[in-house]
Design a protein around this ligand. Structure first.
Ligand code: HGY
Ligand code: MN
Ligand code: MN
Ligand code: MN
Length: 421
C-alpha cells in the first residue's frame, strides 16, 4: 500500500486505552510491591512470569514467539515480503529494586498494543514486524545493564555476560538457564542470536522533567547521552574504635567520604550537563565499634559528549591515585557506552507522523540509557517518549497518564505502519 492509502488515523483510532491499561495493570502484578511500585529484577521469577505472559499474547496477534540464547523474547509477525529485514519495536520488562510500573514495561506493552491496533485496522505489513523484550536492561541486579541488547548487537560477549554475578553470588548465566528452562518447558522455540533489522523503534517514559513541562503528550528522541559506570574501593585497616588514637588510624570510611566528595566536586560543571551519582556504598566489616578497613562504592557518570566523559574519567583516575586519610583507592571502569544520535531521516518520519495525527511531539535527548543505545549502532534506530509525572522514575510512584501513554502508542503504531508498508 502506498502512503496515500495508508490510513494512519484509522490505525491510531484502533489503539485501545482499556487494553493498554489492563496490560499495564497485569504486568505490574509480576513483582508488585506493597507501595505500588515494582520489584522485577532481571531473570528473577517475576521477570520470567512476565515473559511467559508476553509470550501468551502472541497467538491472538498472529505472531510467533521465540527466545534467543541471552533470553531476549521476540514476537514476530510475518510480512507479505518475508525476505525483508523486520521493523522491530520493544523495550524491557526488568525493573529497578524499587521501580515503577512504566519504565520498560510501557515500551513493551505500547508495542504490543500497536501491533494489535495494526491488525485490528486491517494493516498488512510488507516488511516483517517484531516486538522484543530485552534481557537485563536495568543492570540493577547484574551490572552493567542492557545485557540482552548488547549481546544481540555484538557489543559484549555472551560468555562474559553470563559470568556477571549479583550481590548473592548468583551468576547471570545460571539465572538465565533457570529462566530458559521454564520457557523451553512452555514450548517457546529458540531463535538465532543476531538477526538483521531494518529499523528499531523504542517507546519509553522520559524518566525526566522536560516533556511534562512542555505539556506535550509525546516526544521525538534525537539521541541518548553517554554513560560510564565505575566501582571505587578504599582500603584502610580495621582497629578498635575506642583505643586507637587518630594518628594511628587508616579509616577507610573517612578516606572514601573524602574521595567521594572530591569526585563529586570534579564532576561539577556550570551548565549542569554532567550527571554524577553514587548509588551504592558498602562499608566493611560494618561493626559499630570497629574502624572500617574497606569501602566500595559505585559511580554512574553521564554526559551528552564523549570527550567530556573521557576528560572526567581522566580526572577521576588522578584523584583515585592519591592517598585518602592514609588509605589507598582504586577506580575500576565497569562500562562505558558512548553517546548516540538517531538518524535524521527516522526522527523526521516521527515528526511527520506526529503532525499528521495532530500529536505535539517536541524533540529531546534522552538522559537515561536504553537498549536503543546499542541498537543505534546495529540499524537505524529512534525513540519516542511519553511524559512521566514530576519527571519521577526508578521510584514506586512513577506514573504516566493513560492518555499520554495512548498518544505515544498511536504515534508508535502509525510510525510502524509507515516503516513496514
Ligand atoms: O539507568 C538508566 O538510565 C536506565 O533507566 N536503566
Ligand atoms: Mn528503562
Ligand atoms: Mn530504568
Ligand atoms: Mn530501556
Amino acid at each position: 500500500t502506498d502512503s496515500s492509502l495508508l490510513d494512519i488515523k484509522a490505525i491510531a483510532r484502533a489503539v485501545n486505552p482499556e487494553r493498554l491499561a489492563n496490560d499495564l495493570a497485569t504486568v505490574a502484578k509480576f513483582g508488585a510491591r506493597s507501595d505500588g511500585g515494582v520489584a522485577r529484577l532481571a531473570l528473577d521469577d517475576n521477570d520470567t512470569r512476565a515473559r511467559l505472559w508476553l509470550i501468551e499474547q502472541a497467538s491472538a496477534l498472529g505472531a510467533t514467539a521465540s527466545v534467543d540464547v541471552i533470553g531476549n523474547v521476540f514476537l514476530d509477525i510475518p510480512g507479505s515480503d518475508p525476505e525483508l529485514a523486520p521493523v522491530v519495536t520493544g523495550s524491557h520488562l526488568d525493573s529497578q529494586p524499587a521501580g515503577g510500573k512504566y519504565d520498560g514495561a510501557l515500551g513493551v506493552l505500547a508495542g504490543l498494543e500497536a501491533l494489535r491496533a495494526l491488525k485490528q485496522a486491517g494493516f498488512a505489513p510488507r516488511r516483517p514486524l517484531s516486538l522484543v523484550s530485552w534481557t537485563n536492561e536495568e543492570g540493577a541486579r547484574f551490572s552493567p545493564g542492557t545485557s540482552g541488547s548488547a549481546v544481540f548487537c555484538g557489543v559484549r560477549s555472551l560468555d562474559e555476560t553470563r559470568q556477571v554475578e549479583d550481590s548473592d553470588g548468583v551468576s547471570l548465566g545460571s539465572a538465565l538457564d533457570t529462566c530458559l528452562t521454564e520457557l523451553d518447558a512452555a514450548g517457546v522455540p529458540r531463535r538465532p542470536l543476531a538477526s538483521p533489522m531494518h529499523t528499531f523503534l523504542e517507546l519509553h517514559i522520559e524518566q525526566g522533567p522536560i516533556l511534562e513541562r512542555t505539556g506535550a503528550s509525546a516526544g521525538v528522541v534525537e539521541g541518548i547521552q553517554g554513560v560510564s559506570w565505575f566501582e571505587v574501593t578504599v582500603a584502610g585497616s580495621a582497629n578498635h574504635a575506642g583505643t586507637t588514637p587518630r594518628a594511628m588510624r587508616r579509616d577507610a570510611l573517612e578516606g572514601a567520604c573524602a574521595l567521594a566528595t572530591a569526585l563529586r566536586e570534579a564532576a561539577k560543571d556550570n551548565e549542569d550537563r554532567v550527571r554524577f551519582t553514587i548509588g551504592k556504598f558498602a562499608v566493611s566489616p560494618g561493626s559499630v565499634n570497629t574502624i572500617p578497613d574497606y569501602v566500595s562504592f559505585s559511580i554512574d557518570l553521564r554526559h551528552p559528549e564523549a570527550l567530556t566523559l573521557k576528560a572526567l574519567e581522566a580526572k577521576f583516575n588522578q584523584l583515585a591515585q592519591q592517598t585518602w586519610a592514609g588509605c589507598q583507592a582504586t577506580l575500576t571502569p565497569l562500562s562505558r557506552v558512548e553517546p548516540v544520535a538517531f538518524p535524521a531521516t527516522l526522527t523526521a518520519l516521527l515528526d511527520d507522523t506526529a503532525n499528521e495525527l495532530g500529536i505535539t511531539a517536541p524533540r529531546l535527548v534522552s538522559g537515561a540509557f536504553h537498549d536503543a543505545i546499542h541498537l543505534a549502532n546495529h540499524c537505524p534506530t529512534a525513540m519516542l517518549f511519553v511524559p512521566c509525572r514530576d519527571g519521577l522514575s526508578h521510584h514506586p510512584d512513577e506514573h504516566t497518564e493513560l492518555d499520554d501513554a495512548v498518544a505515544g502508542t498511536q504515534l508508535l503504531a502509525a510510525s510502524l505502519a509507515s516503516l513496514t508498508r
